[in-house]
Design a protein around this ligand. Structure first.
Ligand code: PEP
Length: 255
């Protein structure tokens, strides 16, 4: 049985003080971590405050990005070991805002980052997803197959067992236009199928695939009715403790 995950990507929002205030409020809500894992991805500079605020709780903290090299002359970058030493246990890899919008990360870079994360003991959440034009042209599944082949497929079986995948259609991120549960479920099925071809049925059955893209308390119930969807990666709606607590509450296992 795959344990569901409610994950929060805070992007470039919140200072350390605002991070502490978020957790002061969030921790007052009933603990839902018995039915799902809760992982928060704050900006790198907020990680120590987030780790400190969540000591003695099951809430887990992750980074939003790492560089693949262990150390060296890479001004402005953060290594997987540094991230781990700061107390993070997860990391996002290949978020669309890093692949397409600003940084133009390639599938090959995504693979190197995922490998570096695993080597440092971080759980990478590897993001894949098609852009609006690709979605409109009916090419979504081709894009997912290409991203899988160029990135995730390069992992070993042992490494694959340590990752989480996030299907995040770019047209749904920050637009308020969520993919329907059916679109998301079909994409997850396709990704699981690619995983089965490369890593075998059992490994594919075990890997957790999250959906991300304008998830909100108002639309999470429909997504959570889909057995293929193992949780969500939430941007905008995770910044408010009350809203994210509702998403966590809704992330229960299928009965
Ligand atoms: C994200 O940043 O991964 C995301 C899904 O953002 P939003 O929920 O705001 O669409």
């Amino acid at each position: 049985m795959r344990r569901r995950i409610a994950a929060a990507n805070w992007k470039m929002y919140k200072t350390p003080q605002e991070t502490v205030r978020f957790f002061d409020k969030f921790k007052q809500f009933p603990d839902a971590t018995d039915h799902c894992e809760v992982v928060i991805f704050p900006a790198a500079l907020d990680i120590p405050a987030a780790v400190q605020s969540t000591l003695e709780t099951p809430i887990q903290i992750g980074g939003q990005n790492i560089f693949w090299a262990q150390e060296g002359a890479y001004t402005g970058e953060i290594s997987a070991d540094m991230m781990r030493a700061a107390g993070a246990t997860w990391v996002l890899v290949g978020h669309s805002e890093r692949r397409h919008q600003v940084c133009h990360e390639t599938d090959a870079e995504v693979l190197k980052k995922a490998q570096a994360a695993i080597a440092a003991g971080l759980t990478p959440v590897i993001c894949v997803g098609e852009r609006y034009e690709e979605h409109k042209a009916g090419k979504a599944h081709d894009v997912l197959i290409r991203q899988f082949a160029g990135g995730i497929a390069g992992l070993t079986e042992e490494q694959f067992a340590k990752i989480v995948i996030a299907y995040e259609p770019v047209w749904a991120i920050g637009t308020g236009q969520t993919a329907t549960p059916q679109i998301a479920s079909e994409a997850h099925k396709l990704i699981r199928g690619e995983a089965a071809k490369r890593f075998g049925e059992e490994a594919a059955e075990n890997v957790r695939i999250l959906y991300g893209g304008s998830v909100k308390p108002e639309n999470i119930e429909g997504l959570m009715r889909e057995p293929q969807i193992d949780g969500t990666l939430v941007g905008g709606a995770s910044l408010d403790p009350d809203s994210f607590a509702k998403i966590v509450q809704a992330s229960r296992p299928l009965s």
